[in-house]
Design a protein around this ligand. Structure first.
Ligand SMILES: Nc1nc2c(ncn2[C@@H]2O[C@H](COP(=O)(O)OP(=O)(O)OP(=O)(O)O)[C@@H](O)[C@H]2O)c(=O)[nH]1
Ligand SMILES: [Mg+2]
Length: 330
Protein backbone atom coordinates (compact mmCIF):
# COMPACT_ATOMS: atom_id res chain seq x y z
CA UNK A 1 0.00 0.00 0.00
CA UNK A 2 0.97 3.67 -0.33
CA UNK A 3 0.18 6.23 2.34
CA UNK A 4 0.47 9.98 1.77
CA UNK A 5 0.99 12.13 4.87
CA UNK A 6 0.50 15.92 4.98
CA UNK A 7 0.01 18.21 1.97
CA UNK A 8 2.95 17.03 -0.16
CA UNK A 9 2.39 13.36 0.72
CA UNK A 10 -1.31 13.52 -0.17
CA UNK A 11 -0.68 15.25 -3.53
CA UNK A 12 2.11 12.87 -4.54
CA UNK A 13 0.30 9.66 -3.54
CA UNK A 14 -2.89 10.85 -5.22
CA UNK A 15 -0.97 11.45 -8.48
CA UNK A 16 0.88 8.14 -8.02
CA UNK A 17 -2.41 6.27 -7.64
CA UNK A 18 -3.09 7.09 -11.33
CA UNK A 19 0.35 5.89 -12.49
CA UNK A 20 1.30 2.76 -10.56
CA UNK A 21 -0.08 -0.67 -11.37
CA UNK A 22 1.65 -2.43 -8.50
CA UNK A 23 0.11 -0.78 -5.45
CA UNK A 24 -3.28 -2.16 -4.33
CA UNK A 25 -4.31 0.25 -1.65
CA UNK A 26 -3.96 4.02 -1.13
CA UNK A 27 -4.49 5.99 2.05
CA UNK A 28 -4.11 9.59 3.19
CA UNK A 29 -3.44 11.09 6.59
CA UNK A 30 -3.39 14.80 7.43
CA UNK A 31 -4.31 17.51 9.92
CA UNK A 32 -5.63 19.65 7.09
CA UNK A 33 -9.08 18.73 5.70
CA UNK A 34 -8.14 20.41 2.39
CA UNK A 35 -5.42 17.78 1.80
CA UNK A 36 -8.00 15.00 2.09
CA UNK A 37 -10.66 16.77 0.03
CA UNK A 38 -8.23 17.20 -2.85
CA UNK A 39 -7.62 13.46 -3.37
CA UNK A 40 -9.97 10.98 -5.09
CA UNK A 41 -10.61 7.59 -3.58
CA UNK A 42 -8.53 5.76 -1.01
CA UNK A 43 -8.92 5.71 2.74
CA UNK A 44 -8.63 9.03 4.54
CA UNK A 45 -7.90 9.91 8.15
CA UNK A 46 -8.10 13.45 9.50
CA UNK A 47 -6.24 14.30 12.71
CA UNK A 48 -8.28 17.11 14.20
CA UNK A 49 -6.70 19.94 16.13
CA UNK A 50 -7.16 23.64 16.85
CA UNK A 51 -7.32 25.89 13.79
CA UNK A 52 -6.05 28.97 15.63
CA UNK A 53 -2.48 27.80 16.36
CA UNK A 54 0.55 27.05 14.27
CA UNK A 55 1.38 23.40 14.91
CA UNK A 56 4.81 21.85 15.38
CA UNK A 57 5.72 18.22 14.60
CA UNK A 58 5.58 17.38 18.33
CA UNK A 59 2.08 18.90 18.62
CA UNK A 60 0.86 16.92 15.63
CA UNK A 61 2.15 13.78 17.32
CA UNK A 62 0.39 14.81 20.54
CA UNK A 63 -2.88 15.27 18.64
CA UNK A 64 -2.43 11.92 16.89
CA UNK A 65 -2.37 9.92 20.15
CA UNK A 66 -6.17 9.76 20.11
CA UNK A 67 -6.05 8.23 16.62
CA UNK A 68 -3.53 5.44 17.31
CA UNK A 69 -5.97 2.63 16.55
CA UNK A 70 -7.25 4.30 13.35
CA UNK A 71 -3.67 4.88 12.18
CA UNK A 72 -2.82 1.26 12.94
CA UNK A 73 -5.89 0.13 10.98
CA UNK A 74 -4.77 2.17 7.92
CA UNK A 75 -1.59 0.10 7.53
CA UNK A 76 -2.84 -3.23 8.86
CA UNK A 77 -2.51 -6.26 6.61
CA UNK A 78 -0.13 -4.67 4.07
CA UNK A 79 3.06 -6.54 3.19
CA UNK A 80 4.89 -3.45 2.03
CA UNK A 81 3.96 0.08 3.08
CA UNK A 82 5.29 3.06 1.12
CA UNK A 83 5.01 6.18 3.26
CA UNK A 84 5.30 9.45 1.33
CA UNK A 85 5.73 12.80 3.11
CA UNK A 86 7.29 16.20 2.53
CA UNK A 87 9.55 16.93 5.51
CA UNK A 88 10.17 20.25 7.25
CA UNK A 89 6.71 21.40 8.28
CA UNK A 90 4.40 20.02 10.98
CA UNK A 91 2.29 17.14 9.63
CA UNK A 92 4.69 15.14 7.45
CA UNK A 93 7.66 15.54 9.83
CA UNK A 94 5.52 14.77 12.87
CA UNK A 95 3.53 11.79 11.64
CA UNK A 96 5.67 9.97 9.07
CA UNK A 97 8.00 8.47 11.74
CA UNK A 98 5.02 7.52 13.95
CA UNK A 99 3.17 5.73 11.14
CA UNK A 100 6.36 4.08 9.85
CA UNK A 101 6.82 2.60 13.31
CA UNK A 102 3.18 1.43 13.49
CA UNK A 103 3.55 -0.21 10.07
CA UNK A 104 6.76 -1.92 11.17
CA UNK A 105 5.07 -3.19 14.34
CA UNK A 106 2.22 -4.60 12.24
CA UNK A 107 4.80 -6.75 10.40
CA UNK A 108 5.07 -4.75 7.16
CA UNK A 109 8.26 -3.81 5.38
CA UNK A 110 8.22 -0.03 5.40
CA UNK A 111 9.76 2.16 2.73
CA UNK A 112 9.67 5.84 3.63
CA UNK A 113 9.85 8.29 0.74
CA UNK A 114 11.01 11.61 2.16
CA UNK A 115 10.58 14.74 0.04
CA UNK A 116 13.17 17.26 1.27
CA UNK A 117 12.67 21.06 1.29
CA UNK A 118 13.56 23.37 -1.61
CA UNK A 119 16.70 25.50 -1.22
CA UNK A 120 14.49 28.57 -0.66
CA UNK A 121 12.92 26.92 2.40
CA UNK A 122 15.92 27.23 4.69
CA UNK A 123 13.71 27.57 7.74
CA UNK A 124 12.36 24.05 7.24
CA UNK A 125 15.75 22.36 7.31
CA UNK A 126 16.01 21.65 11.00
CA UNK A 127 12.75 19.69 11.30
CA UNK A 128 13.42 18.04 7.93
CA UNK A 129 16.85 16.76 9.03
CA UNK A 130 15.51 15.54 12.34
CA UNK A 131 12.49 13.78 10.80
CA UNK A 132 14.68 12.12 8.16
CA UNK A 133 16.92 10.61 10.82
CA UNK A 134 13.89 9.40 12.77
CA UNK A 135 12.44 7.82 9.64
CA UNK A 136 15.75 6.02 9.09
CA UNK A 137 15.48 4.53 12.56
CA UNK A 138 12.06 2.95 12.00
CA UNK A 139 11.94 2.11 8.27
CA UNK A 140 13.37 -0.82 6.37
CA UNK A 141 14.31 1.54 3.53
CA UNK A 142 14.43 5.32 3.17
CA UNK A 143 14.28 6.99 -0.25
CA UNK A 144 15.22 10.66 -0.29
CA UNK A 145 13.73 12.85 -3.01
CA UNK A 146 15.23 16.33 -2.92
CA UNK A 147 12.81 18.92 -4.21
CA UNK A 148 15.67 21.00 -5.65
CA UNK A 149 16.89 18.17 -7.84
CA UNK A 150 13.42 17.75 -9.34
CA UNK A 151 13.50 21.21 -10.88
CA UNK A 152 15.61 23.00 -13.44
CA UNK A 153 14.48 26.52 -12.70
CA UNK A 154 12.11 28.05 -10.19
CA UNK A 155 12.65 31.71 -10.97
CA UNK A 156 9.44 32.72 -12.72
CA UNK A 157 7.06 29.93 -11.66
CA UNK A 158 4.33 30.12 -9.01
CA UNK A 159 4.57 27.79 -6.01
CA UNK A 160 1.70 25.70 -7.40
CA UNK A 161 3.52 25.33 -10.73
CA UNK A 162 6.71 24.36 -8.88
CA UNK A 163 4.87 21.69 -6.88
CA UNK A 164 3.11 20.36 -9.98
CA UNK A 165 6.36 20.13 -11.93
CA UNK A 166 8.23 18.47 -9.07
CA UNK A 167 5.35 16.03 -8.53
CA UNK A 168 5.09 15.08 -12.15
CA UNK A 169 8.85 14.35 -12.27
CA UNK A 170 8.75 12.32 -9.03
CA UNK A 171 5.54 10.47 -9.91
CA UNK A 172 6.77 9.47 -13.37
CA UNK A 173 9.86 7.97 -11.72
CA UNK A 174 8.00 6.27 -8.87
CA UNK A 175 5.24 5.07 -11.23
CA UNK A 176 7.81 3.38 -13.50
CA UNK A 177 9.55 1.77 -10.54
CA UNK A 178 6.24 0.50 -9.18
CA UNK A 179 4.60 -0.89 -12.29
CA UNK A 180 3.84 -4.27 -13.76
CA UNK A 181 5.03 -5.31 -17.17
CA UNK A 182 2.80 -3.96 -19.95
CA UNK A 183 2.85 -3.17 -23.69
CA UNK A 184 4.61 0.10 -23.09
CA UNK A 185 6.96 -0.63 -20.22
CA UNK A 186 9.63 -3.03 -19.05
CA UNK A 187 9.83 -2.50 -15.32
CA UNK A 188 12.58 -3.81 -13.07
CA UNK A 189 10.08 -5.55 -10.78
CA UNK A 190 9.20 -4.93 -7.16
CA UNK A 191 11.76 -7.40 -5.78
CA UNK A 192 14.65 -5.52 -7.38
CA UNK A 193 13.33 -2.12 -6.31
CA UNK A 194 12.95 -3.37 -2.74
CA UNK A 195 16.32 -5.13 -2.90
CA UNK A 196 17.82 -1.75 -3.80
CA UNK A 197 16.14 0.26 -1.05
CA UNK A 198 16.29 -2.31 1.76
CA UNK A 199 19.79 -1.27 2.61
CA UNK A 200 21.39 0.30 5.61
CA UNK A 201 21.81 3.99 5.05
CA UNK A 202 19.85 6.02 2.53
CA UNK A 203 18.65 5.74 -1.05
CA UNK A 204 18.20 8.72 -3.33
CA UNK A 205 15.78 9.17 -6.21
CA UNK A 206 16.76 11.89 -8.64
CA UNK A 207 15.68 12.61 -12.18
CA UNK A 208 16.30 14.92 -15.11
CA UNK A 209 15.01 15.31 -18.66
CA UNK A 210 16.72 16.28 -21.89
CA UNK A 211 15.85 16.68 -25.53
CA UNK A 212 19.37 17.41 -26.79
CA UNK A 213 21.40 15.24 -29.20
CA UNK A 214 23.18 13.66 -26.25
CA UNK A 215 20.02 13.35 -24.24
CA UNK A 216 20.93 10.16 -22.36
CA UNK A 217 24.30 11.52 -21.23
CA UNK A 218 22.93 14.93 -20.40
CA UNK A 219 19.89 13.80 -18.39
CA UNK A 220 21.87 11.09 -16.60
CA UNK A 221 24.65 13.48 -15.60
CA UNK A 222 22.15 15.99 -14.26
CA UNK A 223 20.33 13.31 -12.24
CA UNK A 224 23.60 12.07 -10.75
CA UNK A 225 24.83 15.61 -9.99
CA UNK A 226 21.57 16.11 -8.05
CA UNK A 227 22.54 13.18 -5.81
CA UNK A 228 26.22 14.17 -5.56
CA UNK A 229 25.21 17.48 -3.96
CA UNK A 230 23.55 15.60 -1.11
CA UNK A 231 25.68 12.47 -0.60
CA UNK A 232 28.98 10.78 -1.49
CA UNK A 233 28.48 9.05 -4.85
CA UNK A 234 31.31 6.60 -4.16
CA UNK A 235 29.27 5.06 -1.33
CA UNK A 236 26.49 3.87 -3.69
CA UNK A 237 26.40 0.10 -4.14
CA UNK A 238 23.06 -0.54 -5.90
CA UNK A 239 21.17 1.50 -8.48
CA UNK A 240 18.18 1.32 -10.77
CA UNK A 241 18.03 3.58 -13.80
CA UNK A 242 14.64 4.32 -15.36
CA UNK A 243 14.39 5.70 -18.91
CA UNK A 244 11.08 7.25 -19.88
CA UNK A 245 10.68 8.34 -23.47
CA UNK A 246 8.55 7.77 -26.56
CA UNK A 247 8.61 4.82 -28.95
CA UNK A 248 11.85 6.16 -30.47
CA UNK A 249 13.74 5.17 -27.32
CA UNK A 250 16.53 2.87 -28.49
CA UNK A 251 18.05 -0.07 -26.64
CA UNK A 252 21.45 1.58 -27.17
CA UNK A 253 20.37 4.46 -24.98
CA UNK A 254 19.60 2.08 -22.13
CA UNK A 255 22.97 0.40 -22.54
CA UNK A 256 24.74 3.77 -22.48
CA UNK A 257 22.88 4.81 -19.33
CA UNK A 258 23.68 1.57 -17.49
CA UNK A 259 27.35 1.75 -18.44
CA UNK A 260 27.75 5.44 -17.61
CA UNK A 261 25.94 5.04 -14.30
CA UNK A 262 28.32 2.24 -13.37
CA UNK A 263 31.26 4.58 -13.87
CA UNK A 264 29.70 7.51 -12.00
CA UNK A 265 28.86 5.68 -8.78
CA UNK A 266 30.57 3.48 -6.23
CA UNK A 267 34.08 3.77 -7.73
CA UNK A 268 32.89 1.58 -10.60
CA UNK A 269 31.74 -1.31 -8.36
CA UNK A 270 27.97 -0.96 -8.44
CA UNK A 271 25.12 -3.26 -9.28
CA UNK A 272 22.87 -1.50 -11.86
CA UNK A 273 19.37 -2.61 -12.92
CA UNK A 274 17.26 -0.78 -15.50
CA UNK A 275 13.69 -0.16 -16.46
CA UNK A 276 12.22 1.34 -19.62
CA UNK A 277 8.90 3.06 -20.16
CA UNK A 278 7.65 4.23 -23.56
CA UNK A 279 4.87 6.34 -22.12
CA UNK A 280 6.82 9.61 -22.11
CA UNK A 281 7.22 12.33 -24.73
CA UNK A 282 10.08 13.22 -27.06
CA UNK A 283 12.12 14.44 -24.10
CA UNK A 284 13.98 11.62 -22.41
CA UNK A 285 13.52 11.46 -18.64
CA UNK A 286 16.25 9.60 -16.80
CA UNK A 287 15.55 8.72 -13.17
CA UNK A 288 18.14 7.22 -10.90
CA UNK A 289 17.41 5.34 -7.70
CA UNK A 290 20.70 4.72 -5.93
CA UNK A 291 21.30 3.22 -2.50
CA UNK A 292 23.99 2.49 0.05
CA UNK A 293 24.69 6.07 1.18
CA UNK A 294 25.86 6.00 4.80
CA UNK A 295 25.12 9.65 5.41
CA UNK A 296 23.50 12.66 3.73
CA UNK A 297 24.18 16.39 3.78
CA UNK A 298 20.89 16.75 5.67
CA UNK A 299 22.66 15.44 8.78
CA UNK A 300 24.16 18.92 8.97
CA UNK A 301 20.64 20.40 9.15
CA UNK A 302 20.36 19.19 12.74
CA UNK A 303 23.25 20.71 14.69
CA UNK A 304 22.48 18.50 17.69
CA UNK A 305 22.64 15.24 15.73
CA UNK A 306 25.96 14.11 17.24
CA UNK A 307 24.67 14.79 20.76
CA UNK A 308 21.47 12.88 20.30
CA UNK A 309 23.20 9.52 20.67
CA UNK A 310 24.08 10.42 24.27
CA UNK A 311 20.87 12.18 25.28
CA UNK A 312 17.23 11.11 25.40
CA UNK A 313 16.38 10.88 21.72
CA UNK A 314 12.82 9.59 21.93
CA UNK A 315 10.26 11.51 19.90
CA UNK A 316 8.70 14.44 21.67
CA UNK A 317 4.93 14.65 21.97
CA UNK A 318 3.26 17.90 23.02
CA UNK A 319 -0.19 19.45 22.83
CA UNK A 320 -1.44 22.82 21.60
CA UNK A 321 -2.43 25.19 24.40
CA UNK A 322 -5.91 24.60 25.74
CA UNK A 323 -5.73 20.86 25.05
CA UNK A 324 -3.22 19.87 27.73
CA UNK A 325 -5.89 18.27 29.91
CA UNK A 326 -7.55 16.09 27.25
CA UNK A 327 -8.15 12.88 29.25
CA UNK A 328 -7.56 10.44 26.36
CA UNK A 329 -4.04 11.81 25.96
CA UNK A 330 -2.97 11.21 29.52
N1 LIG B 1 7.33 18.02 -4.43
C1 LIG B 1 6.42 18.61 -3.65
N2 LIG B 1 6.79 19.18 -2.50
C2 LIG B 1 5.82 19.75 -1.75
C3 LIG B 1 4.46 19.77 -2.14
N3 LIG B 1 3.74 20.40 -1.17
C4 LIG B 1 4.63 20.75 -0.23
N4 LIG B 1 5.89 20.36 -0.58
C5 LIG B 1 7.12 20.50 0.21
O1 LIG B 1 7.08 19.53 1.26
C6 LIG B 1 7.63 20.08 2.46
C7 LIG B 1 6.59 19.98 3.56
O2 LIG B 1 5.49 20.78 3.21
P1 LIG B 1 3.97 20.32 3.35
O3 LIG B 1 3.77 18.97 2.79
O4 LIG B 1 3.15 21.43 2.78
O5 LIG B 1 3.81 20.28 4.94
P2 LIG B 1 2.78 19.40 5.81
O6 LIG B 1 3.40 18.08 6.08
O7 LIG B 1 1.43 19.43 5.16
O8 LIG B 1 2.76 20.19 7.21
P3 LIG B 1 1.76 21.34 7.76
O9 LIG B 1 0.94 21.86 6.63
O10 LIG B 1 2.67 22.35 8.39
O11 LIG B 1 0.95 20.67 8.80
C8 LIG B 1 8.05 21.51 2.10
O12 LIG B 1 9.42 21.49 1.79
C9 LIG B 1 7.23 21.85 0.87
O13 LIG B 1 7.85 22.74 -0.02
C10 LIG B 1 4.11 19.15 -3.37
O14 LIG B 1 2.94 19.08 -3.80
N5 LIG B 1 5.13 18.59 -4.07
MG1 LIG C 1 0.03 21.02 5.03
Amino acid sequence: MALGIGSAGARIVSALSKETTLVDRFAYLSCDPADLESVDGGEKLLIEGPIDQKLTPAMVRGLSIRYQSEMRRLVEGAKVVFIVAGLGRATGSGLAPVVAELAKDSGADTVSIAVMPFGFEEKLRFYAGLALRRLRGVSRGVVVVDNDTLLKSTSDATLKEIYDLANSEAVTALGSLLSRQSDDSIPVGLNKVLGTVFEDGYSFLSSASSGSVDKTEEALSRAVIGISKRAETKEANHAVVVLTGDSALRAGETATAVKRLGSMFGNGAIDVEYSVSYRGGSQLQVSVLASGFKATRYDEYDPLASLRTVMDDSMEYSLPSGLEGVPSCE
